[in-house]
Design a protein around this ligand. Structure first.
Ligand SMILES: [Zn+2]
Length: 108
């Protein structure tokens, strides 16, 4: 198994020029764009948005190591897929939560 190596992109440049990045839909922490490559000298470099939370019950938020769909060639693409995922996950959580509360009130 290959260990993933992350290199962060200058956050000052990202904050100034790039679109808003949604917070992590799981834990609410800030998320940042990173460069990723298995070998920065030989292999292509991907861009990925990762959750910054490294302390949930003594471990990292699972979205600090996102699934493969989040790795994109361009920064803007990585932000778009992260934002779409974050918005959809948040909307689904709110919808399911309100539905569950409604159903519990009907039962009791
Ligand atoms: Zn998170």
């Amino acid at each position: 198994m290959t260990t993933k190596v992350y290199r962060i992109i200058n956050t000052a440049i990202i904050n100034k020029n790039l679109p808003y990045i949604e917070p992590c839909p799981l834990c609410g922490s800030e998320a940042y764009v990173w460069k990723y490559s298995q070998d920065f000298k030989k292999n292509p470099v991907s861009k990925v948005v990762r959750c910054s939370n490294t302390d949930i019950l003594g471990t990292e938020c699972v979205l600090s190591t996102p699934l493969s769909i989040f790795y994109k060639p361009r920064i803007i693409e990585s932000i778009e897929v992260w934002n779409a995922y974050a918005k959809a996950a948040t909307q689904q959580r709110i919808k399911r939560r309100s539905h569950n509360i409604f159903m519990r009130k009907r039962i009791t």
